[in-house]
Design a binder for this molecule. Structure first.
Ligand SMILES: Nc1nc2c(ncn2[C@@H]2O[C@H](COP(=O)(O)OP(=O)(O)OP(=O)(O)O)[C@@H](O)[C@H]2O)c(=O)[nH]1
Ligand SMILES: [Mg+2]
Length: 453
């Protein structure tokens, strides 16, 4: 049998939200800012490998706990000790009339293993909440208070801790269903382990599976970001003049934006969020003219020129290219390699350079500012989704990122890699395998950055 957790609390304290976050699902129940959103009891299972480890039971909120406490203290219910008042109360006319919502909660009390009492810590521990705690305590089930809305400081935190301690409720868990921290959730599960030692291993299995899922999501997200940066850096658009005609510039911008949209889409799917959860603010793609620096060591290496003689050979190539006139054919260009004595394996990089030089064609490519922006926005999105609770209702705006020192350091670490990617137009439409040298280096850098981001 799985552990059954009854999620209770005053109306609008975030009970349904808590369940959504624990499930990592946005489609459980209804949530809203209005009190009285949940009107019925609803159960849902948390499974690992098809085995149900926990059953969560959502309930309507308490609406009139002071009235309920008074009714419990009046005849005939005052005669029943402990939890014995609950059954007759649920069969009474009071349960059908005034306390219809409360009766739905009370009926569940006998069947559950643990009560999760959800508190909105933005509210002071008023009498109505204390009455709820007293009523729940009469069921003689373990209670774990959840201090919800914990992402922001609350002046009431200390007084809540005090009133809970006075009721011997020390295993209190801080939580926030919108700004989600796995460490908080871990503490909740650890409390359950100590309350139900027979289920220790099951909960441990759940914790491990949650941790593994978070790790593999992160790895996959970073892999996607590496793909985005490599593809954006290696994307080119041929145009016959520079600066480009407006149509060419627009088509190229579209190409780059499309890459980012695909990246956002795959991350939302991965983290199980919806398209409307992220609003990518528009950004302007800045494009420069693609140029191959023929004196760069990497270029020479790609041309098969030994680096020992690089400076000289590079100069010779440069001179060779400059003295040749526009009528040069690619066949003739091939002999340039022979003139220079370089071992000729240049393939398309060399041809591209010569071709653009002699056919007066230009290649547009994303400039550094655009690639920096894509990189920083990608990292910001991953950091956000890692901590976005499934109860969040506000869309995250993916904005321009600050030009601060941390971001400059990040860009300086990644830039040399996208400079290399820029020389490989054939990578624009493929995702390189994880063991590809440049992809592996990019992924490693991004993972390192994401760890501290
Ligand atoms: N910032 C923040 N908002 C939260 C948190 N938990 C819930 N909310 C918001 O609070 C509102 C109420 O959440 P619900 O989950 O509907 O609350 P409930 O207790 O199920 O409400 P009822 O079913 O009406 O009793 C929603 O707008 C949630 O987005 C939280 O931890 N932090
Ligand atoms: Mg609800």
């Amino acid at each position: 049998m799985s552990i059954s957790l009854l999620v209770v609390g005053h109306a609008n304290t975030g009970k349904t939200s808590l369940i959504r976050t624990l499930l990592r699902q946005q489609n459980f129940g209804e949530i809203s800012n209005q009190a009285g959103t949940t009107r019925h009891v609803e159960s849902v299972a948390i499974k690992v490998n098809n085995k149900t480890l926990l059953t969560l039971i959502d309930t309507p909120g308490f609406e009139d706990s002071i009235g309920l406490w008074e009714a419990r203290q009046q005849a005939p219910f005052d005669q029943y000790p402990g939890n014995r008042w609950i059954a007759p109360f649920c069969q009474s006319h009071l349960a059908e009339d005034h306390f219809e919502q409360e009766a739905k909660i009370l009926k569940q009390l006998n069947q559950c293993d643990i009560i999760l009492y959800v508190i909105d810590i933005r509210q002071a521990p008023l009498g109505k909440y204390l009455d709820e705690l007293t009523l729940l305590a009469s069921a003689s089930k373990p209670i774990v208070p959840i201090l919800n809305f914990s992402a922001s400081d609350s002046v009431h935190l200390a007084s809540w801790r005090q009133v809970l301690a006075e009721r011997h409720l020390h295993a209190v868990v801080r939580y926030d269903s919108v700004a989600f921290y796995f460490e908080d959730e871990k503490r909740l599960y650890q409390s359950l382990q100590s309350l139900m030692p027979d289920h220790y291993d099951d909960i441990e299995t759940l914790l491990i599976s949650r941790e593994e899922a978070a790790r593999s999501r992160k790895t996959f997200a970073i892999d996607n970001l590496a793909n985005l940066l490599i593809q954006a850096a290696s994307s080119r658009k041929v145009c016959d003049r520079y600066p480009p005609a407006p149509d060419d510039a627009t088509a190229f911008e579209q190409q780059i934006r499309q890459l980012e949209s695909q990246f956002i889409h795959s991350l939302l799917t991965l983290y199980e969020f919806r398209e409307e959860d992220v609003m990518p603010a528009a950004f302007s793609v800045q494009s420069g003219q693609w140029q191959q620096d023929i004196f760069a060591l990497d270029t020479l290496k790609a041309w098969g020129v030994s680096t020992g003689a690089s400076a000289m050979t590079g100069a010779a190539i440069g001179a060779g290219v400059d003295v040749m006139t526009g009528g040069l054919s690619l066949g003739a260009a091939t002999s340039l390699g022979a003139i220079l004595g370089a071992s000729w394996q240049t393939g398309r990089h060399y041809k591209d350079t010569l071709k653009s030089k002699f056919t007066k064609r230009h290649y547009l490519c994303a400039d550094s500012a655009t690639l920096s922006l894509l990189c920083l926005r990608g990292l910001a999105l991953i950091a956000h989704l890692d901590q976005r609770g499934h109860a969040s209702q506000r869309a995250f705006t993916l904005n321009k990122q600050d030009d601060n020192d941390t971001n400059k350091t990040i860009i300086n670490a990644i830039k040399p890699l996208w400079k290399k990617a820029r020389q490989h137009p054939e990578w624009a439409t493929q995702s390189l395998p994880a063991n590809h040298a440049l992809k592996a280096a990019m992924t490693e850098q991004l993972l390192e950055i994401a760890k501290n981001h």
